[in-house]
Design a protein around this ligand. Structure first.
Ligand SMILES: C[S@@+](CC[C@H](N)C(=O)[O-])C[C@H]1O[C@@H](n2cnc3c(N)ncnc32)[C@H](O)[C@@H]1O
Length: 372
């Protein structure tokens, strides 16, 4: 991938960019195997071919720090001195996303939304977070210090929506604190439409502003297909999807005669998952709860935790559960290796690296575990 920002030393986020993509993939596979090398049963694992990414335009979500001036905002990152670096043509995004970021930059000027100045702790607009669906629609979130600018966003919004019908959902998030945290707990949706439909394989998942979604939609589709094919292969009659988010795994694993349940901490994500299940006529129960505190009472348990992994409590629950199979999808092979060491009753049978984050050192790995 050619990136003018990287070449000019303006952005170094894609740390692996100078390495040819096939060499990046080999290195990730190697690091994955090395990280799991101490597992006593690792030699018996069947490694499936690594799922490669498109090398550009694959990222569905742009998290842009807004800086600069009200007349000339920058959308991108801050340099070490706190000055905005504009990255609106970042090649990780699609051409349609590039076009929309340009439009949104003009909107910021028109609505007189003053970019937040981190060092002076002044200004209003902190971030623009934009998600693109596979059908070319967008969810746009304005992260603001206060509600001061909201009336002006409301005033100019009808024109934006009329000129750019691909903008499906617009919301404002209030982040009053001077913290590195991207967004705050308060979110108001300003459009009639409340969710962005994310078509993944033959499912349409509903995404609300504050819910997690895998950032590479094509590889999310591969990930869910992989889990679904393993569930079919082992003939799982009941499935529990822990850390289910908007339900990607659970909704893909739903099948006639199979009982499927998802557990997720975020109420908003659960509401989205329920909406998808209802709309698609899929018999999946979703409940809001702490994944580390539920009984893992299904034949197959899917776990897809945040980077920190499962931790000792959930590992202990899986150890003492009646589950026969676990599908563990991890974005952090270090915490995966730590968790596997706390799951001595489970033998890894299959594993696959899914390159969800091309040009960085990160990757997803999905593995099928069987009880001894
Ligand atoms: C890596 S995301 C996976 C989401 C989902 N499986 C998917 O494919 O989109 C992790 C999810 O775990 C949720 N989460 C974090 N801690 C949790 C907990 N203790 N119990 C339940 N869900 C939790 C987050 O809100 C987030 O949706």
């Amino acid at each position: 991938m050619d990136c003018a920002y990287f070449a000019a030393g303006r952005c170094g986020s894609c740390t692996e960019l100078p390495t040819p993509y096939d060499v990046q993939l080999d290195a990730k596979e190697r690091r994955c195997r090395e990280a799991l090398a101490d597992h006593p049963d690792i030699s018996g694992v069947s490694w499936l071919s690594t799922a490669a990414s498109a090398t550009e335009g694959f990222r569905n979500k742009a998290k842009m720090v807004v800086a600069g001036t009200p007349q000339a905002p920058t959308l991108g990152i801050l340099d070490p001195s706190g000055t905005g670096v504009d990255l609106r043509l970042c090649p990780l995004y699609s051409p349609a996303m590039h076009g929309l970021l340009e439009v949104l930059s003009e909107f910021v000027v028109r609505a007189r939304l003053t970019p937040y100045d981190v060092s002076l702790r002044r200004g209003e607009l902190k971030h623009l977070i934009v998600t693109e669906s596979p059908d070319g629609e967008f969810l746009v979130r304005f992260v603001l210090r206060s509600t001061e600018g909201v009336p002006r966003i409301r005033k100019h919004l009808p024109a934006l929506l009329a000129e750019h019908p691909s903008v499906a959902v617009v919301s404002v998030n209030r982040q009053p604190e001077h913290k590195a945290i991207l967004e705050g707990p308060e979110e108001e949706i300003l459009t009639d439409r409340l969710t962005l439909p994310m078509r993944v394989n033959d499912r349409v998942l509903h995404l609300r502003p504050r819910s997690f979604f895998q950032t590479n939609t094509d590889l999310a589709a591969t990930l869910y297909r992989q889990a679904s094919s393993w569930a079919d292969e082992v003939g799982a009659s009941s499935v529990l999807d822990l850390y289910c988010g908007v339900g990607g795994f659970a909704l893909h694993l739903a099948a006639p005669g199979r009982r499927v349940r998802g557990v997720e901490l975020s109420e908003e994500a659960v509401a989205s998952a329920v909406a998808t299940a209802t709309e698609s006529g899929l018999a999946v129960d979703f409940v809001c709860g702490d994944a580390t505190a539920v009984d893992a009472d299904a034949e197959l348990v899917v776990v897809n935790p945040p980077r920190r992994g499962l931790g000792p409590d959930l590992c202990a629950r899986l150890e003492s559960s009646s589950a026969r199979w676990v599908v563990y999808s991890s974005c952090n092979v270090t915490s995966l290796a730590r968790d596997l060491a706390q799951l001595p009753s489970w033998v890894p049978r299959r594993a696959r690296v899914i390159d969800m984050f091309a040009h960085t050192s990160h990757f997803e790995v999905i593995t099928l575990l069987e009880r001894r």
